[in-house]
Ligand binder design. Structure first.
Ligand SMILES: NC(=O)c1ccc[n+]([C@@H]2O[C@H](COP(=O)([O-])OP(=O)(O)OC[C@H]3O[C@@H](n4cnc5c(N)ncnc54)[C@H](OP(=O)(O)O)[C@@H]3O)[C@@H](O)[C@H]2O)c1
Length: 262
């Protein structure tokens, strides 16, 4: 039995960067929010900011380290009492290092968060809401989830997973006439805390390191364009920085005679 009749949009990784701005963008549209990350103080600040501008929007804070599998299931369980409408798997981080040199403890945490948590949360949301009108799952990949970037091979491979999983799920939902839509956002360089974490530094200058980048607010506006569209993919062109909406990009064996017969 759901305690609340209100509908909520869940955003993971809402304590900074793209997730933070996305929470504000959905609040401006009147969406009630469930915001989650590890840093409670940032989430508290975000909630206060939203409630100052949009007092009617309900904001629920959930803190969780989603690189730990049991916390992922626990978070989903805690949300069972709410009606959910949109789920945005945004929490994630990157790493710039060769495969030979990369810190495997960091990589393990990255794979747990970027792949495992995203897969578990997507699957549980689909299981409960695939046949509910107007539901959407948006997974945040990267343009590195469509092109391999030197010095970020493992991060890109993880984001290829995110892109392929979201695109495949979009086909699966469509082919079963489900009401839910699955989508994938693929940002290029965006000025957030990503640069610091991916490079293991306390300071990171996007002007020096990239020159061209989007702000997190611009990225949240692209995410809203994707949310409003009938397309599956929202991707930033890594060379021109233009944002494009498109159908799925990977090859799909939907009509192959060589698929397993049921
Ligand atoms: N910025 C870019 O250039 C760029 C480009 C392409 C794709 N992306 C993707 O965009 C997404 C958002 O990143 P961002 O750029 O906004 O970076 P960010 O500012 O570092 O935000 C990352 C968010 O993930 C959360 N997070 C990190 N580790 C976590 C954990 N163990 N458990 C739960 N939450 C965790 C962080 O919150 P806490 O630290 O409070 O837990 C934070 O809210 C990521 O999936 C990233 O891969 C970013």
């Amino acid at each position: 039995m759901k305690k609340e009749s209100k509908k909520y949009t869940v955003i993971t990784g809402a304590s900074s960067g793209i997730g933070y701005e996305t929470a504000k963008a959905f609040a401006a549209r009147g969406h009630n929010l469930i915001i989650t990350a590890r840093r409670f103080n940032n989430l508290k600040y975000l909630k206060a900011e939203i409630q100052k501008d949009f007092p009617k929007v309900d904001v629920i804070i959930k803190t969780a380290d989603l690189s730990v599998t049991k916390n992922v299931y626990q978070l989903y369980d805690e949300l069972k009492e709410y009606h959910l409408k949109v789920w945005i798997n945004n929490a994630g981080f990157g790493n710039y290092e060769s495969v030979k040199e990369q810190n495997l403890q960091k990589i393990e945490t990255m794979l747990n968060l970027n792949i495992s948590a995203l897969t578990i949360l997507s699957s549980l949301f689909v299981r409960d809401y695939a046949d509910t009108e107007e539901t959407q799952l948006i997974n945040i990949s990267s343009c590195g989830g469509y092109i391999i970037v030197p010095t970020a091979v493992t991060y890109c491979a993880a984001k290829y997973y995110v892109s392929a999983f979201a695109e495949g799920l979009a086909y699966e939902l469509k082919n079963s006439n489900a009401k839910m839509k699955a989508k994938v956002l693929a940002p290029a360089a965006t000025r957030t805390e990503f640069g610091k974490i991916a490079n293991n530094t306390n300071e990171y200058n996007y002007d020096k390191s990239f020159g061209t980048y989007h702000t997190a607010k611009q990225m949240s506006e692209f995410l809203l364009q994707l949310y409003d569209s009938n397309m599956t993919v929202g991707i930033v062109d890594r060379e021109t920085f233009e944002f494009k909406l498109s159908e799925p990009k990977f090859n799909y064996a939907g009509n192959s005679a060589h698929n397993q017969k049921n």
